[in-house]
Ligand binder design. Structure first.
Ligand code: HEC
Length: 213
């Protein structure tokens, strides 16, 4: 019998404590059973830091990283100074431009940079030769085009840049993986692939032709 009283008292206290607070709003922080890392040592954006010598909690981007998204790019001072052709592949009238931005030197090293990026990001679908026969073809990606038809050979460099930036249908955007300059390097390498696919023995320096025949 004694237990019945205890149980009754327990139930009454439980009910009162649960129901009694219904509808009461408190400004005090809730009692946390599972804090789930709510409280942690962290910096808030644009706050001060005593740790870093320059006193800023916001850290500058490490060299070589690619800012993600358009807004991040716009925050880059180089972007603000830049022309639309360099960053969009477009001329002031909105059409795609031909050639390469004036600020870029199209050197062997630049094309090699494009080759490396191409082999990482494009070759799985477009193939090492740009003929559209990458490894993904055998897994069902059948719409990858070859670069060697007249349409893509005649396409403005700015439009290829735009395709890399925004993607097209089943091809996704590579803007978060390739900086604008790297995208131009890939465009230069696509041009090199196209040139190579339509080359003749006459394009090879005379002293090297013997080894090819
Ligand atoms: C996941 C596979 C895949 C990867 C990786 C890929 N592409 Fe594509 N790409 C496609 C497909 C599929 C199309 C055809 C899109 C369409 O027109 O439907 C295409 C189309 C293109 C076109 C033609 C666009 C047009 O207007 O017809 C170009 C140029 C191109 N890709 C360049 C690249 C470059 C450069 C890279 C590397 C940065 C790349 N692609 C990476 C699948 C891929």
């Amino acid at each position: 019998m004694r237990f019945a009283y205890y149980t009754l008292a327990f139930v009454v206290v439980l009910l009162l404590s649960v129901m009694g607070y219904r509808g009461m709003i408190s400004t005090r922080p809730p009692i946390e059973m599972f804090p789930d890392m709510d409280h942690q040592a962290k910096y808030k954006p644009q706050a001060e830091s005593k740790f870093f010598a320059d006193g800023r909690a916001d850290r500058p981007l490490p060299a070589g990283t690619v800012p993600f998204g358009r807004d991040a790019l716009r925050a880059d001072p180089a972007f603000l100074k830049a022309d639309d052709f360099h960053y969009d592949g477009k001329l002031p009238d909105g059409t795609f431009g031909r050639g390469f931005p004036a600020g870029l030197a199209i050197t062997g090293a630049f094309i090699e940079r494009g080759q490396g990026r191409y082999q990482i990001y494009c070759a799985p679908c477009h193939g090492a030769l740009g003929d559209g026969n990458g490894i993904t073809k055998s897994y069902g990606m059948l719409t990858t085009p070859t670069y060697h038809d007249d349409r893509l050979r005649g396409m403005a460099e700015g439009e290829i840049f735009n395709t890399i930036t925004h993607g097209k249908n089943t091809m996704l955007s590579y803007a978060d993986k390739l900086s604008p300059d790297d995208r131009w390097a890939v465009v230069a390498y696509v041009r090199a692939l196209q040139r190579a696919a339509h080359g003749t023995i006459q394009d090879v320096p005379a002293e090297l032709q013997g080894g090819l025949k």
